[in-house]
Design a protein around this ligand. Structure first.
Ligand SMILES: NC(=O)c1ccc[n+]([C@@H]2O[C@H](COP(=O)([O-])OP(=O)(O)OC[C@H]3O[C@@H](n4cnc5c(N)ncnc54)[C@H](OP(=O)(O)O)[C@@H]3O)[C@@H](O)[C@H]2O)c1
Length: 273
């Protein structure tokens, strides 16, 4: 896998760098087969110095150099960049877009050739190698293109293939998901302080509790409801808390919040603002 391809990253920002670091540190390919672009010379100098990759301000040069081109730019920059690189794109390229809300069909139409496109929805834990990404294939992307994309995403977490009509639900669940957890952490830290714990201790206990719970659910192979039942003894403290959450519709609230995020993604895809 990826034994001979050359990789380009157009828009090596937070997400682009996370993928770049994953590829380099995961040993998928050496820096000599990678070329990255960003907008500012400062950013490029920084990447060159820290990660020893070659950089350029020319997106066209990246597209000419690479077989696989990761589009790590913001959605609003996508059309300009595609117009810029369009003259050198061929059917032999693979475009991997991580831009939220931009369909494979849109990218294909902008390119003017039958270029294979894969659309990815990553999430920010990819920055620490714990991402959850989902991707879908465009009209011209093959199973081999999907495998190459999977290999790149796999080094920064886990990756699953899905269909384009599922990308908005994925956005609402895993793309936006880390923020729901951060919000819950905020509430738990506040509650701990309200109960008299000092702020540093409150933050440490809550963060480690969430990390530990996540690790337990992943490592034990048990479903969340089983793990919850196991720590909920009759008449105990957990039961008191869960009963309170249930009587205030907590589960429904979380479900409705995710639905709201999905509806927003639908609206943005239809060109809403
Ligand atoms: N962050 C998330 O949680 C998340 C989750 C899922 C998907 N995404 C998607 O990931 C993409 C990148 O997000 P991000 O958070 O990594 O953004 P970011 O840090 O702002 O990265 C964007 C990069 O694009 C570069 N850029 C801007 N204009 C350019 C141009 N004309 N040519 C080449 N490069 C250009 C910027 O260069 P400079 O650094 O020099 O300005 C920057 O490095 C977005 O499309 C977003 O929808 C993000």
């Amino acid at each position: 896998m990826l034994t001979h391809q050359r990789l380009g990253i157009i828009g090596a920002g937070n997400m682009g760098e996370a993928l770049l670091r994953g590829v380099l540190h995961g040993g998928l390919m050496g820096a000599d087969r990678i070329l990255v672009s960003a907008k500012t010379p400062e950013r490029l100098a920084d990447l060159n110095q820290r990660l020893k990759v070659r950089t350029t301000q020319s997106n066209l040069t990246v597209a000419e150099f690479a077989d696989i081109v990761i589009l790590g730019i913001k959605p609003q920059t996508m059309n300009d960049i595609l117009t810029e690189i369009r003259p050198v794109l061929t059917q032999n390229h693979l475009l991997v877009s991580i831009a939220a809300g931009i369909t494979t069909q849109h990218i294909e139409q902008m390119c003017g050739v039958d270029v294979p496109v894969i659309r990815v929805m990553p999430n920010t834990p990819a920055l620490v190698g714990e991402g959850a990404s989902a991707y879908c294939r465009g009209r011209f992307a093959t199973a081999e293109h999907a495998l190459a994309t999977h290999a790149i995403l796999d080094v920064v977490g886990i990756a699953v293939e899905t269909t384009e009509d599922r990308m908005n639900p994925v956005t609402a669940v895993s793309g936006t998901g880390p923020a729901y957890i951060f919000y819950t952490l905020e509430a738990m830290i506040q509650a701990a302080q309200d109960l008299g714990l000092d702020p540093d201790m409150a933050r440490l206990l809550v963060k480690q509790t969430v990390l530990g719970a996540a690790r337990l659910v992943m490592d034990s192979g048990e479903e969340p409801d089983v793990l919850r039942a196991r720590v909920t003894s009759k008449g105990g403290t957990t039961q008191a808390a869960i009963e309170y959450l249930e009587s205030h519709g907590y589960k429904k609230l979380v479900q409705d919040a995710i639905l709201a995020a999905c509806r927003r993604a639908d609206a943005l895809n239809r060109g809403g603002s």
